[in-house]
Design a protein around this ligand. Structure first.
Ligand code: TRP
Length: 331
């Protein structure tokens, strides 16, 4: 008998522009879960409305493009379920039911709430945005997710979600766990740095995009910040503080040690290093970019993947919703 695979659930808000940080930090991990787990990956379009409600077309347009990148990165739709959040209305119904037992103070305490209002302004301070972590918990609960691969910034959401699950089971479980407490799994990859040396992020305008062409990639690499004390070839460099060097670790892990040594000794100059890295990075990205071009040319295939996955996800969610309603004496 084969062991039961853990149920893994994760999601991403639809954005059209996924970058190398997404690829290395998230998508390669998702692709691996297709082999080792019973994996569910969600297009979190309702979550996108919590801050992007004034531009619904952008959310709609990003849907297939984002999934095309997932598929190009190796997420296997035959071995996982890729689905659309808004296509599973059971999730929203679950949110209404669970909202009854969630103290507003728990939601206000989640650090992303105040942080995002500070960053984006008071227009995002909606009822829906306050409920963001609850909707996320409903995503996970609706798929009976046990493990949730997320970034560090999402750990507080998971902790909140676990408290809601405990409260639900306590109030309605009759000594049984109707819902399971999900566990976050942190990616082991270090943060990928952007061309300015800060965390790679669309909002910092410092990202190398998966969809960039090779020439653009090379240009961006040439503009990268390296060790400010290494001015000319011959000066010893400090790879440990260099954003360029950080990219070598995934562009070509076999060359990391040799590049570090040559940089430290001064034998390798930054101009040469940039040229080498641009080449290695483009070679690393080439198969992903080729597959992305193929999926872009066949949107119908992407749409089918989403439709089939959404039907499977709905079946799971309606089961969960039935359990929840039964526990709440609604059936
Ligand atoms: N909030 C997550 C993020 O911004 C995206 C997300 C939505 C998610 N639903 C989820 C992640 C469920 C994990 C599980 O990254």
């Amino acid at each position: 008998m084969s062991e039961r695979r853990p149920r893994v659930m994760s999601g991403m808000r639809p954005t059209g522009n996924l970058h190398v940080g997404h690829l290395v930090g998230v998508l390669t991990q998702w692709a691996a879960y297709c082999e080792s787990a019973d994996a569910f990956f969600e297009i979190a379009d309702l979550h996108a409305y919590t801050t992007g409600f004034s531009d619904p077309q952008a959310i709609r347009d990003a849907r297939e493009e984002m999934v095309a990148v997932w598929l190009a990165a190796g997420v296997d739709p035959e071995r996982s379920t890729i689905y659309l959040q808004s296509g599973v209305p059971e999730i929203a119904e679950l949110q209404t039911l669970l909202s009854m037992i969630v103290p507003v103070s728990w939601l206000e305490r989640v650090p992303t709430y105040k942080g995002q209002i500070e960053a984006l302004g008071n227009e995002v301070a909606t009822y829906g945005f306050l409920g963001y972590p609850l909707l996320q918990l409903c995503d996970i609960a609706a798929m009976r997710g046990e493990r949730v691969p997320v970034g560090r910034d999402q750990v507080a959401h998971l902790e909140f979600g676990r408290e809601v699950v405990r409260r639900f089971n306590y109030l309605y479980g009759d000594g049984r766990d109707v819902l399971t407490e999900p566990q976050p799994t942190l990616s082991e990859f270090p943060e990928v740095l952007g061309i300015d040396g800060r965390k790679m992020s669309k909002s910092y305008d410092n990202a190398i995009y998966i969809a960039d062409d090779e020439e653009t990639t090379t240009k961006k690499v040439r503009a990268m910040i390296t060790d400010p004390l290494k001015i000319r070839r011959g000066d010893p460099g400090r790879p440990q503080i260099c954003a360029l060097f950080a990219l070598w670790k995934f562009a070509n892990p076999f060359r990391v040690d040799a590049v570090a040594a040559a940089c430290r000794s001064g034998e390798l100059g930054c101009v040469q290093d940039k040229g080498d890295l641009a080449e290695a990075l483009n070679a690393y990205l080439r198969p992903v970019r080729d597959r992305l071009a193929a999926y872009r040319a066949d949107r119908g295939a992407v749409t089918r993947v989403i439709e089939e996955g959404t039907a499977r996800a709905r079946a799971v969610a309606s089961d969960v919703l039935r359990d929840v309603k039964r526990a709440m004496r609604l059936v």
